[in-house]
Design a binder for this molecule. Structure first.
Ligand SMILES: [Zn+2]
Ligand SMILES: [Zn+2]
Length: 347
């Protein structure tokens, strides 16, 4: 089964007819057609953005990038420290399977062996913090998950696109998937090679005091609970987000303008197996717990899923930002994107 688990963002640069828009991130490999279709639904036939801008270059954010950039003939922008991984100069630090339990295992089969090679198609983001095509937005360097990870912030309404610097669910947790309950979490631990930098980035994000956060994984969040959880995450990052053990915990990968400089030793495979097994057992336990909890709630209602569906539309329409991708409930997909196709038919 193919699963949609990553978001892309359509952001208006200027109001009114003829106004430009920008695509932030480019989803999974094979999703170009769907992205184009949603773009045309939103912006009209033959619509193309003025640029494609990346939060970072992980495979689940650049899958359709080459195809879209070539077809649209538009520039791609990324942080200069991210460019080695987009031009074939370096591979990302390998993921750490000893963290994050077994839940992320399903992603590993999609993890490409070779880095994407964009050559001259990708350019560094302007050094002054401006975002090409989006005059109201600024980019902020939020490294840790990757060396050149950036987040985008619009001061006017304090909207933040945080990429994978934070997520709004626990990507490793089956429980979170089952209950669909959004929660402000740290970056996906499986792919995060510098936890100290990741912590500082979350603290910097919290200090921006965003009203709305839209992340690479999970649904957009806003309001008091989001603010409380974000502040809590910034304050207790080590306890909440950093895995207890792991290849990069306490030993970050060292990276520079050329890419990876040095890596810590991998966690030994025996430890690894024990941890993964422990992870699977935990996951199975949590799943059983979640199912029994669900039964208690009766007729499948999500006890805490009172996330305001209309608010998603509100943010989509009023804030000139739409999020396309992993919306865990088909009603939300319908409301937010006027798109009622099932979420699992993503190519
Ligand atoms: Zn990522
Ligand atoms: Zn991601």
């Amino acid at each position: 089964m193919k699963i949609v688990f990553v978001n892309v963002f359509f952001v208006n640069g200027s109001e009114g007819p003829g106004g430009n828009w920008v695509l932030v991130d480019a989803g999974l490999y094979g999703s170009a057609h769907r992205i184009k279709k949603v773009a045309e639904e939103r912006f009209g036939r033959g619509a193309r953005p003025s640029a494609i801008i990346l939060t970072h270059g992980h495979f689940d954010h650049v899958g359709a990038l080459k195809e879209l950039a070539m077809e649209w003939n538009v520039p791609i922008y990324a942080h200069h420290l991210e460019i080695p991984y987009l031009t074939g100069l370096s591979s990302y630090p390998p993921p750490d399977p000893s963290v994050g339990g077994g839940g992320m295992a399903f992603m590993s089969f999609m993890y490409p062996k070779k880095p994407i090679e964009l050559g001259g198609m990708v350019q560094p983001l302007p050094a002054d913090g401006s975002v090409p095509g989006l005059p109201e937005w600024s980019w902020y360097h939020t490294p840790g998950h990757t060396a050149g990870h950036v987040s985008f912030f619009r001061e006017r309404d304090r909207t933040l696109i945080a990429g994978d610097a934070i997520t709004t669910r626990k990507p490793e947790s089956v429980l979170a998937v089952i209950t669909d309950e959004p929660e402000v979490c740290g970056p996906p631990s499986y792919f995060t090679p510098d936890w100290t930098a990741a912590k500082i980035s979350v603290q910097n994000i919290a200090s921006l005091r965003p009203n709305v956060i839209a992340t690479g994984h999970g649904i957009p969040m806003h309001g008091e609970r989001m603010i409380d959880e974000l502040n809590e995450l910034a304050r207790m990052f080590d306890e909440i987000a950093v895995p207890a053990h792991g290849r990069y915990v306490g030993h970050p990968a060292i990276m520079d303008e050329q890419g990876v400089v040095s890596l810590p030793e991998p966690v030994s495979s025996t430890t690894n197996k024990v941890l993964i097994t422990a992870g699977l057992v935990t996951v199975a336990g949590l799943a059983a717990y979640a199912i029994s909890k669900r039964k208690h709630n009766g007729n499948g209602q999500h006890s805490k899923l009172n996330s305001p569906l209309d608010t998603h539309i509100y943010y989509g329409e009023e804030m000139n930002l739409s999020v396309y991708g992993e919306i865990p409930d088909s009603r939300e997909v319908h409301n937010f994107h006027q798109d009622n196709r099932p979420t699992n038919d993503f190519p």
